[in-house]
Write a protein that binds this ligand. Sequence first.
Ligand SMILES: Cc1ncc(COP(=O)(O)O)c(C=O)c1O
Length: 394
Amino acid sequence: MKFDFDKVYDRKNTNSLKWDFAIERHHSPDELPMWVADMDFPSPEPIGEALIKASSFGFFGYTEPGDPDRRIVSEWYDRRHGFKPDPDSIIFTPGTVFGLTVAILAFTNPDDAVMISEPVYYPFSEAVIDNGRKLVRNTLILGEDGKYSFDFDSFEKQIVEENVKIYLLCSPHNPVGRVWTEDELRRIGEITLKHNVLVVADEIHADFVYEDNYFISFPSLSDEIGNNTILCTAPSKTFNTAGLQISPIMIFDSDKRRIYKKKLGAIGYSQVDYLALEAMKAAYTKCDEWVDALVDYIHENILYMEGFVKERLPELKMIHPQGTYLTWVDFSELGLNSRDLERLIREDAKLWLDAGFIFGKSGDGFQRFNLAAPRKLIEDALERLERAVIAIRK
Ligand SMILES: Cc1ncc(COP(=O)(O)O)c(C=O)c1O
């Protein structure tokens, strides 16, 4: 095998948020961490090589991305997702959450309504509430087929009744693993255009899509939809470079781009991180084959876990992810309240997962697992969980 995703590395004592800060975050150091979306695979070699080359030169001055850097991002999207954004639309920020927060600040006033569809990546609600905007919680519906979808009637009703100004779209959707279809995205596009709601689309998980699912970039649907979209992405999920902060934000309408840039300056951000830019360039130009192999490996992890849960943990229901490297698992059949479920996961199974309720009320009774890890760690985690569940089985 060309890339060895099976190798387990000891990441302790590297300032790793995932591996080194259990005590500070009120967890026990013997809990196996499968929470934060950070992969237990080293980044592809061309990234390390680019960083060594860039740092050995010894200059770390102010750094400005140029047109070729914007073209690299645009060409990645074109090659991987069949959509070639105009390179001039791209603005660089240090992070996706940072980028979407700037959009909220730039295009809403205090107390304006911003809508999200829960359960969803929890920094979305924090970005709204912590900036004094009104959070509108739309809820995704879990069907009998184990698939989440939009209830477009309530989606539109809430937009109208709450006078929503921005909709934060998560595509593919963390934590429920949906890769939204063209029909679903078009419906979102139609409703938001009809009611003059700006869409901030977080597409950070776009490179992780499985089976016959197909990722469609939201602004690619039409010029009208594109001009009403702020697209936020980053190389950090795909290449495991969250510690190298750079995030391309695409804004297709020139007036919106001007307003966004003004806000970005007003909050004090100007130049990009020199090493992060070098890493991004290597990532988007030299690592396609690695990403293909990575996605295959994670897909195998998903299938492995699914088989394990079906056979050995039949009380649990795993939502089959169409995309992302996260899985969303329903523990409600165990009949535990939130506190007892946390105790089971943390104290009995010795796992550090993300509890479902932090993604919104409808996530209560669920847990989110991160499957971007060597198979051995996934096996270890599932065996820990099995032992804990067996102990409480009636
Ligand atoms: C949907 C989503 N957006 C954004 C991020 C974080 O991006 P960044 O580190 O660029 O802020 C994550 C990380 O898990 C995520 O799942």
